[in-house]
Design a protein around this ligand. Structure first.
Ligand SMILES: [Zn+2]
Ligand SMILES: [Zn+2]
Length: 338
């Protein structure tokens, strides 16, 4: 099969993803093989490529927002039929036995394996996954639309839940990329009487226009003061400053959730009185559980969420990741298999 692999840590500007011929994967016991149709291009790939979240071996096939059809069943795999359309997300396997797994927090499992980091992912024509870690894709979505739902959507949805958001409250979103543009649609649906304020990088006019189109009640740049305090906020950005900004604009007793696997710059020093006192909370979101995906995908179909997608071919993924790093992707970037 054709696959994009990385062989070492480097900057994305060096275009490190190599298009190679790679052996077709064979599904093991309880696994299914998927003929990949689309794979979302996530900011986490930049963290893997540049070494902030290094893959556990090389070469590695990245990509963890995978949509395709089941084309081979491993021994004992009975959950899906050949030809079924399924998705694969970041969580590829968890032990099921540790204290976290037993509490339903498999996203925190120490032994968990992550798609495209510990096992080969979706930047390839075929991939395999344990059948219990695949999800039916609601019919409403095209393969292109479904891909970003599997990480940008599912992890963003987990972050939204962790904010403690309720109808009528004010929600702040810092950063307006793949995840935020999906989550604003979920928030507007679940909390119709709430205000949603969006903060982008200064000058990101197209991101701001998209935010307004998707129902943002106020749009500004990080550093701006919104018209009301934020009851809760999600920071989707890869940098440190917005964390302090969100805490500064937070209402008493509010909570900021950081939806990022790593930051490329440090969080600036916090002033206790200004940023944390009055019972303000700061929390991160780490990975996903299968339950997050199983809840979010049907909800996304019911709303229905319409992801904005930019299509790239296999030879263009390095370029797509460079654009993503610069904040120049509108909505979500998605790889379409030839
Ligand atoms: Zn991701
Ligand atoms: Zn576990």
């Amino acid at each position: 099969m054709k696959a994009l692999v990385i062989n070492k840590i480097s900057f994305i500007e060096e275009k490190p993803l190599d298009l190679v011929d790679f052996p077709d994967p064979v599904p093991g016991i309880g696994q299914i093989r998927i003929k990949v149709s689309t794979c979302g291009i996530c900011h986490t790939e930049l963290d893997e490529i540049e070494g902030r979240v290094p893959p556990s071996r090389f070469p590695m096939i990245l990509g963890h927002e995978i949509v395709g059809r089941v084309d081979s069943l491993g021994k004992g795999a009975t959950r899906f039929k050949l030809g079924d359309r399924v998705g694969i997300a970041w969580i590829n396997w968890a032990c099921g036995e540790c204290s976290f797994c037993l509490k339903g927090e498999e996203n925190l499992c120490d032994k968990a394996k992550w798609t495209g980091k510990d096992v080969d992912g979706g930047y390839a024509q075929y991939t395999v996954v344990p059948e219990d870690f695949a999800y039916p894709i609601p019919e409403r979505f095209t393969d292109m639309q479904a891909a970003p739902l599997l990480c940008a959507g599912v992890v963003g949805y987990r972050a939204l839940r962790l904010t403690g958001m309720e109808d009528g409250k004010v929600l702040g979103l810092y950063g307006f990329g793949a995840s935020a543009h999906i989550i604003i649609q979920a928030a507007k649906y679940k909390y119709p009487n709430s205000r949603v304020f969006v903060f982008t990088r200064p000058g990101q006019k197209e991101h701001q226009d998209l935010a307004r189109k998707l129902g943002a009640d106020w749009v500004g740049a990080t550093g701006d003061t919104p018209p009301e305090k934020l009851d809760c906020a999600i920071d989707f950005t890869p940098v440190g400053v917005p964390v302090r900004e969100a805490l500064k604009n937070l209402e008493k007793g509010g909570r900021v959730v950081i939806n990022a696997i790593r930051k490329t710059t440090t969080i600036p020093e916090l002033d206790y009185a200004e940023h944390l006192w009055y019972e303000k909370e700061l929390k991160s979101v780490a990975n996903v559980t299968r339950r997050d995906a199983e809840e979010f995908l049907p909800l996304a179909a019911e709303i229905p969420i319409v992801p904005e997608v930019q299509e790239f071919g296999l030879e263009e993924v390095n370029e797509a990741l460079i654009l993503l790093k610069r904040g120049e992707i509108q909505g979500a970037a998605v790889l379409k298999m030839p």
